[in-house]
Design a protein. Structure first.
Length: 535
């Protein structure tokens, strides 16, 4: 480690709260200068790891049921954000937002069926920005959501230097390849699907394929002087829970029965907030259970089994993550690890994503840079959004900073900008200029949960209501309003539901306070703040 880096690292650990503003400013100038010096000598590689549907069910996040030794070891030298939020709890909108630095409202994407370059604007993506600044960029596995939303090409060639790698076994994601009860006949499309690899198509699984390809890529770049940006997208723990069966053995079932204290549907929750977890119900091991639509419940036994399989899936990808990290030179590589959104595991009797609740929106976000060497995990409690990742990585790589997007209508003409904020000052040990909040959203086709159209994932033409959710330090405030899909406008006066949860007393979001007169003032305040932020 160079002397400058040591100095930067030391300064970044100083507690700024006890230092006079003038001295703070001098320190800031000094660290900025030093950071410039560092960048001239070192062009870090950048590796972004995305886990599909991963909530912070990790040891480093304090989850005692998790078995994630590799992610925990990685976090030893990292900053981990305890309150990071996705922009929408659905893969394609969340990923396109993360990768373009724009909100779902800007991309006009709330489902899976449009490509921003042809639908809205020719916006520069995160990998594209690195590519345009001399990086070799490569995508392994599920990074962009496949299909129309990335032009059936993972946005190649604009984002990537070579065609994106997709594992060939990805095609079996929804195929009947789970062993029947007790037998080895593969004919079920189960939600819970521990397997023996040799029974699977090509005797492997998608994430195993993606990691071997990532390792091959890392080795192939060893002799090159050109830095690289590598994105690795794991398919698990997204359902179905298909993973090598030995991982199940690490998780006795008993602790998963009383997993959450918040296991009932919030009594004052508006119906529009509910997602009826249609994807869980449709699997072969659930569809004959007559789970009452839309509110359930799922039996206690099955609830425990789903949680167990989720944790086993996480342990499986943690193991693969360890193989990836072992091959990287962490002295020369910036690494960011994140989930694209959360997943409800029976909190308030909900399952899956598809909502504006904390469990569906909160994600792990772990950042490690050789510029800020740490010897233990550093928790960061500021509220952050996945939108912040793009400008943060740009700053960590010391590329020209990304401008903030204009808030006017001309924003669509600004092709290279970000709607998020760089977390670089936080990583330097400085505070953010203002209190940070997170804005997320979720669309619905109507006020009540429905199968047709599927209210968990309505298509654009069926969207009638948009729920906007504001997360502040203490509160989650959600407002469901009329949305006009033909011109992407919303009517704030036309309200279908309102929710207010106080996280100091109710981290499970069980008690909707929106109707209580005592909370009128704060509710009004948060409503104004939300409307102002969404614009
Ligand atoms: C979009 O932007 C890329 C990169 O800046 C450029 O090469 C391409 O021609 C643009 N496409 C359109 C349709 O303007
Ligand atoms: C999107 O895909 C179509 C069909 O393959 C292709 O013609 C078009 O150039 C692609 N758009 C971009 C921006 O790459
Ligand atoms: C589910 O409902 C169907 C039709 O109402 C009935 O035939 C079946 O026996 C029920 N299954 C269970 C497991 O209760």
């Amino acid at each position: 480690m160079g002397i400058f880096q040591t100095a930067v690292a030391k300064v970044s650990r100083v507690d700024m709260s006890n230092i006079s503003p003038l001295l703070q400013l001098l320190l800031l100038l000094w660290t900025t200068l030093l950071a410039g010096t560092v960048s001239a000598s070192a062009r870090y590689n950048v590796v972004m790891v995305i886990f599909d549907d991963l909530r912070p069910a990790l040891g480093v996040y304090g989850d005692s049921l998790a078995r994630t030794p590799h992610l925990d070891a990685f976090a030893q030298g990292s900053s981990y954000f305890t309150r990071a939020y996705s922009q929408q709890a659905l893969c394609a909108p969340s990923r396109n937002s993360l990768l373009t630095g724009r909100r779902p409202d800007t991309l006009h994407l709330y489902d899976f069926y449009s490509y921003w370059r042809s639908f809205v604007g020719n916006f520069t993506t995160l990998p594209q920005y690195f590519k345009e600044h001399g990086y070799y960029t490569y995508s392994c596995g599920k990074v962009f959501h496949p299909g129309l939303s990335s032009n059936n090409s993972d946005d190649y060639p604009l984002s990537w230097s070579a065609p994106a790698f997709r594992p060939r076994t990805e095609q079996f994601m929804n195929s009947p390849v789970c062993p029947d009860h007790g037998g080895s006949v593969l004919r079920k499309n189960y939600l819970i699907c521990p397997v023996q690899l040799q029974t699977q198509p090509y005797k492997t699984l998608p994430d195993i394929e993606s990691v071997s390809e990532a390792l091959r890529f890392i080795d192939s770049r060893k002799r090159s002087r050109q830095p690289y940006f590598l994105a690795v997208g794991f398919h698990k723990p997204h359902i179905n829970f298909r993973f090598p069966r030995q991982f199940l053995g690490r998780f006795p079932l008993a602790p998963f029965y009383n997993y959450t204290e918040d296991a009932v549907k919030p009594p004052d929750m508006p119906d529009v907030a509910w997602n009826p977890y249609t994807d869980v119900r449709s699997r072969d091991d659930f569809k004959h259970k007559n789970i009452s639509f839309p509110y359930g419940p799922i039996s206690r036994q099955q609830a425990a089994q789903i949680r167990q399989a989720y944790y086993a899936s996480v342990a499986y990808v943690d193991d693969l993550f360890g193989k990836l990290m072992a091959r990287l030179d962490l002295e020369r590589t910036v690494v960011v690890v994140l989930g694209d959104h959360g997943w409800s595991l029976g909190e308030h009797a909900e399952w899956a994503k598809y909502s504006n609740f904390e469990v569906a929106l909160r994600v792990p976000l772990i950042i490690r840079s050789p510029e800020f060497p740490l010897i233990q995990p550093r928790p960061m409690h500021s509220i952050t959004e996945l939108l912040d990742v793009f400008p943060t990585l740009v700053d960590l790589a010391h590329l020209p900073p990304l401008p903030a997007c204009n808030r006017s209508s001309s924003a669509l003409e600004q092709l290279t900008c970000s709607e998020g904020k760089s977390l670089y000052p936080l990583l330097q040990g400085l505070g953010l200029a203002e209190e940070h909040v997170a804005i997320s959203q979720y669309p619905r086709p109507g006020m009540l949960p429905t199968k047709h159209p599927n209210s968990d994932k309505p298509k654009l033409r069926n969207i009638k209501i948009m729920g906007y959710s504001l997360r502040t330090n203490y509160y989650r405030y959600t407002l469901w309003v009329r949305f006009h899909a033909h011109n992407f406008s919303r009517d704030w006066q036309n309200i279908y539901g309102e929710e207010l949860y106080d996280h100091r007393l109710d981290s499970g979001e069980e008690f909707n306070l929106a109707a209580l007169p005592e909370f009128n003032a704060i509710r009004q305040h948060l409503r104004c703040r939300l409307i102002e932020a969404v614009g």
